[in-house]
Design a protein around this ligand. Structure first.
Ligand SMILES: Nc1ncnc2c1ncn2[C@@H]1O[C@H](COP(=O)(O)OP(=O)(O)OP(=O)(O)O)[C@@H](O)[C@H]1O
Ligand SMILES: [Mg+2]
Length: 266
């Protein structure tokens, strides 16, 4: 039996700027099961990052509740790790040191040096980056930096992994490789994942459910599609799976119907 790890209940988020209040999220409710992979898709500016940031504890909600394992989220915590679109590695530190920093922050003083080292090497191995452990971010590619960002997040052993367009800045080939890495990691460590993406194929390929958001202001969840393609999935064969095609079509038609810039057919 799967059980909900994360519950968003009638969530509202308003931002205030110069005395003007803008309502970004309006009555968002979502329950996420442990181990579930959720993709979030919606037009630019609708509030996807805001939603993720509420779960990360970086943005306070205005009304409603955000619960992790039935406890209210009141701020950031090691049980939720975020990977942003633009690699946020410290340029003067090596790959090893970037991950070690996060490990030391959480486990330093509680574990031996060899245990701390083991933690770093384990996650670098998971994302296939041990060979570049002594390199600095300036010496590795964008895809590799993103791998290190994911390793650093995994080192925290988070209950929920929050990915905000993690592959957005990468070329198609590198993006494909990283999608494979994340799919393999997800099945291996059974992490619960919330991932924002603009890419419909990516959303479907990785997810158990794709959450589609309506346009802002006052964005909410417009529709949720269950992706019933069996796992493990392969990028090469998924596109021919009728279930994949069905999910893809549903999402594209939702996004088109919600595209304010597109002409409405007569
Ligand atoms: N801290 C803030 N203060 C005021 N307004 C904000 C703040 N953060 C976000 N917003 C506004 O909230 C709305 C939603 O922003 P958000 O970044 O969540 O959108 P998004 O769906 O992630 O967009 P994109 O796909 O372009 O990343 C936007 O209009 C944005 O300007
Ligand atoms: Mg965003």
């Amino acid at each position: 039996m799967t059980k909900p790890i994360l519950s968003l209940e009638n969530l509202y988020v308003d931002f205030e700027r110069d005395g003007v209040i803008s309502s970004v999220l309006d009555n968002v409710s979502l329950s996420v099961n442990a181990g579930e992979y959720i993709s979030i898709i919606g037009h630019s500016g609708c509030g996807k990052s805001t939603l993720l940031n509420v779960v990360a504890g970086l943005v306070p909600l205005t009304l409603g509740a955000a619960l992790l394992e039935n406890k209210e989220i009141t701020g950031p915590g090691p049980d939720r790790a975020v990977v942003f679109q633009n690699h946020s590695l410290l340029p003067w530190m090596t790959v090893y040191e970037n991950v070690r920093l996060a490990v030391d922050k959480l486990y330093g003083g509680k574990e031996t040096l060899s245990q701390l080292n083991e933690r770093v090497m384990t996650v670098l191995d998971l994302v296939k980056m041990t060979h570049a452990a002594q390199k600095r971010p300036g010496e590795i590619s964008g895809g590799m930096k993103q791998r290190v960002g994911i390793a650093r997040a995994l080192a925290m052993e988070p209950k929920v992994l929050l990915l905000d367009e993690p592959f957005g800045a990468l070329d198609a080939l590198t993006r494909g490789h990283l999608q494979d890495t994340v799919m393999a990691l997800h099945s291996r460590i059974k992490a619960t994942v919330l991932m924002i993406t603009h890419d419909v194929d990516e959303a479907v390929l990785l997810a158990d459910r794709v959450v589609m958001m309506t346009n802002g202001p006052k964005a909410t969840i417009g529709k949720i599609v269950d992706v019933k393609c069996p796992r493990p999935r392969s990028r090469l064969t998924a596109f021919n799976d009728p279930e994949f095609v069905r999910c893809r079509a549903e999402i594209v038609s939702f996004l088109q119907a919600n595209d304010v810039a597109a002409p409405v057919p007569a």
